[in-house]
Design a protein around this ligand. Sequence first.
Ligand code: GCU
Length: 615
Amino acid sequence: MERTTTLLTNLSSRRAAGQARSLDGTWRGIIDPYDSGYIDIMGERNKRGYYRDFAPRHPADRVEYDFDTSLELEVPGDWNTQHPELHYYEGTVWYRRTFECDADEPEGTRSFLSFGAANHTTRVFLDGEELARHEGGFGPFAVEATGRLASGHHSLVVMVNNRREPDRIPAMRTDWWNFGGITRSVEIITVPTNFLRDAWLTMNADGSVHGGLTTDAPSGPNLRAEEAGLAGMSIRIELSSESGEAREELTVPVLGTAPQFGQLLTTAAADAFARWQPGAPVLHNVSFSLLSPNGDEVDRIDDQVGLRTVRVDGTQIFVNDEPVFLHGIALHGEGPTGGKRAHGDADAKELLQWAVDLGANFVRLSHYQHDEAMVRETDRLGLLAWGELPVYWGIDFGIANVLANGLAQTEELVVRDRSRASLILWSVANETLPGPEREAFLTGLISRVRELDPTRLVTAALLTIPSNDPEVHVTDPLGEFVDVIGINQYLGWYYGDRASIRETNWSSDFNKPIVFTELGAGAKFGNHGNENEIWTEEFQAAVYREQIAMIERQMSADGGHVAGLSPWILKDFRTPMRVLPGIQDGYNRKGLVSEEGERKLAFDVLRDWYQSLSD
Ligand code: GCU
């Protein structure tokens, strides 16, 4: 029976408390397109497979692999941009990292191997034993290793397979590069036997504070807290304002049933705490302490959270009861230069600074869960954000394990980030075709999102079906189930002539806010010419001018349906679908900046308009 992975949140707090040991750095790798390191020619488990990390025991011992003299791979990082032979590679790569433990695991602690993300399907082996399998390329996961990290030498082997499969999420085709590998950090997390697995705080639309706590204790199934040795334990929540003036404390008993004793928190309105505002972020200190019956601190999580409300009313979006127009930009999780999978603080800071330079108040973090550094940075910068599941294009909605994996990826997306005030929208899909199976699947995900986080808005990016009709009326049945309707439209690029863009009118069956979650055109940086010449910067800028003229006429503040936009896209990005030599060369050229961060004319056109909105 395969052990499943689990979710550990609040890793920043664990790192600050010295409870995290990084395993980032140079690992060894073996390219294995036939999975021969895992299965033998009979299709059975290869008992001497790569995961055993064997060394020859004597001169005649046949071991047909050797991590110590194999490929070097940096972790975190995609493999595609580290070795030319891996540029297009889709299959299995074995990663191996050895490490020493100076002492046995301390009494009264538990250990977890934590992965920020690995694309796409991962098997984790420790000292030759398979611990768990994880599916999904963009969410965090952890594997319990308690009792397996005795003093001495250890071998951690990770099998990562990025092959596109019809029953995966995403599935067979994506307009982005299928970066494979351990793309985010790997750490050993050490926590007390009874620990706070998850602690989160955000705000309801009525201004009351909402959150949740999950205590994890090794215990039998369905045991109640008092039967699981947690009787009399409690959790103290202390919220203190950034200014130090306001302070709230709340203590709740540990409740619920094993193995994760969870409960929700709703406190009185937190009027004493300054609100987090777009462009004026305020983060307050919060600590969650798990207390023994006599009040000793058993475990503690510290975080910084912003408090703000978000809601919709008619076609408008409100933050802290003020209408907001989302003037934003979409991003892929690709670093500022070099066309690599983005990870860590430096990439987050540079990419999001470009969004701030653009005058944006909103970023669409498409088409999958981005590194946690991104949403911590949007919190710090005061940028509103959209989080998204990679339920993209041709998903097979009829396969049972696809829904199960969709729900698992939903949990990773929402549970990791639901304390982030900047995040206001959860998106469950991008450009999926209407149909009963699709609506059933997506409403299942929407229900799960709302269970995990009833405070934020739910949305999806819908396809625009091209027509020459200047009156575009959105009727996609999914519009009934979301709070905000995302629309991807490429007037002036894939369809519609540029001259008629500004006359186009948008409405929907649902009287809900419409956000243009994609619009734009392609241009190669430095390619200049007449604005009617495709791929010139002038052509792209002209499309932006016409799109702006169209949007200005129907903003929801003036009674229209349009509550915002996140044009496609901040930066040119790698994709195997764009092959025009001398122009695309494996990049989608709709970026406002090139893959090396060079600004195109359209950047200035959009920035000037965004600036005018703020004046
Ligand atoms: C689609 C899709 C994007 C894609 C874009 C394009 O709308 O959502 O992922 O990159 O169009 O064609 O450039």
